[in-house]
Design a protein around this ligand. Structure first.
Ligand code: CAA
Length: 393
């Protein structure tokens, strides 16, 4: 039995801000973002979307391909929670018309929770081969306007069907992990934007990678050469390049531009334009790799490093399925990215402000902006109301 990812699909908001426009408005050199941070655009959430619509829109192609009644659980990972009690997964369960014999739970540990959910799902399938679990990671990365973090925003969701038919990626047993109680990035309940000690957070990320790799290497006896490609948590793509350079040095490899590029393959392509999607970003990287790498990766081992501030890091591995390309949603994903609308800087500021107002208010009607299948239409009596977009019904 090979357990792992049977299908993997993403969704991001259909609006973006170009980093050159951002740089000009903030009085910075555009190369700071294109080169120094490694981002070309960032997806901008509209006021009528949130983690629920991102997640439901991401999972829709999977649910349309299989019987919605066949899913046995939804494990929803996020750090942009919309409710302190009700799981965002319950809304998604309703929107997607899943069976009442399907458990739902929300998991949190910053950007790491997507991996916690994936590993939990794999182990649930190991115990019961009949499980067909939707793992969904969805987040909106929001920082204070004018703060250093502002350039590393973004949003998106990745949905994965985890089962005993690992058409896309079989998750191998045994990983390396590292936890330390630190304050590098956090969001108290009374804030709708994250607080971050930016430089410190990048150092903790690298420390977590070092320890997680060492633990992995001791447990699995695999070496650097056993991997065809590596995918990393991607708060911004330069972070992954720094991380991989660190891993190469740790394992005695010669780290240069060509060797790093070879090892990362096409894993950075989508994130350069979507930006940070916190718990989903590692899996955007995985999709990007599988859908865009020029080499056929069938049967190859991929190394994955997941990082969540606060902090937990986990290094694990997977083997790409024999005919993986035929199970990907490549053309839909590329069409979604190509159809995004560019925002001016003032439109971006307007969306930013309105999204925050929706987060803080009750009894509001929300205009339609998004072109996704599902959108947030109102909040009445403190209850979020979601509808299908009429253009996509
Ligand atoms: N041309 C080329 N490169 C340039 C440049 C130019 N004109 N101007 C600056 N640069 C380079 C700098 O040299 C620097 O490179 P190095 O990091 O290699 O030194 C890079 O661009 C960034 O410049 P600064 O260090 O001056 O940038 P900053 O201080 O304004 O902010 C940041 C950088 C700290 C990452 C900030 O964006 C931030 O706080 N982001 C949010 C936190 C974050 O993403 N942390 C990542 C680890 S935590 C995590 O992973 C969890 C998560 O998702 C949040």
């Amino acid at each position: 039995m090979t357990i792992g990812i049977q299908r993997i699909s993403f969704y991001t908001a259909p609006f973006y801000l170009d980093m050159s426009v951002f740089a000009q408005a903030r009085g910075e050199d555009a190369d700071k973002f294109h080169v120094g941070i490694g981002q070309d655009q960032m997806s901008v959430i509209s006021p009528d979307e949130d983690i629920v619509t991102l997640a439901a829109n991401a999972a829709l192609p999977i649910v349309q391909e299989f019987d919605p009644q066949s899913f046995t659980a939804v494990l929803f990972a996020t750090e942009s929670g919309i409710d302190q009690s009700k799981s965002a997964g319950a809304f998604v369960h309703g929107l997607l018309g899943l069976s009442s014999r399907c458990r739902v739970v929300e998991l949190k540990h910053a950007c790491y929770a997507g991996t916690a959910a994936l590993q939990m799902a794999v182990n649930m399938v190991r115990v019961n081969a009949n499980e067909r679990i939707l793992v969904i990671a969805a987040d909106v990365a929001r920082y204070e306007l004018g703060s250093p973090g502002e350039a590393t925003q973004g949003c998106g969701a990745v949905a994965m069907l985890v089962s005993n038919q690992a058409d896309v990626l079989a998750i191998e047993a045994g990983s390396g992990y590292y936890t330390e109680d630190v304050m590098d990035f956090w969001r108290p309940n009374y804030r709708d934007t994250a607080l971050v000690d930016g430089k410190y957070s990048t150092m903790v990320y690298l420390t977590a990678l070092k320890h997680a790799w060492q633990h992995f290497h001791e447990s699995r006896a695999l070496i650097y050469a056993d991997f065809a490609r590596f995918c990393y948590h991607l708060p911004f793509t330069k972070m992954a390049i720094k991380a991989h350079s660190r891993l190469m040095k740790l394992t005695g490899q010669e780290a240069n531009e060509a060797s790093i590029e070879q090892a990362m393959g096409a894993s950075l392509k989508y994130n350069r334009t979507v930006g940070n999607s916190y718990s989903a970003s590692l899996y955007f990287g995985l999709i990007s790799l599988l859908e865009n790498d020029v080499d056929d990766l069938a049967g190859q081992r991929i190394g994955l490093f997941s990082y969540g501030s606060g902090c937990v890091g986990e290094f694990f591995s997977g083997i790409v399925g024999t005919n993986y390309r035929q199970y990907l949603y490549t053309s839909q994903h590329q069409a979604l990215l190509a159809a995004r609308k560019e925002l001016s800087f003032s439109e971006y500021l307007d969306f930013y402000k309105r999204f925050g107002e929706v987060e803080r208010n009750d009894n509001i009607e929300i205009s339609s902006y998004s072109r996704g299948h599902f959108r947030l239409s109102a909040i009445r009596a403190h209850k979020r109301q979601y509808v299908q977009n009429s253009s996509t019904e």
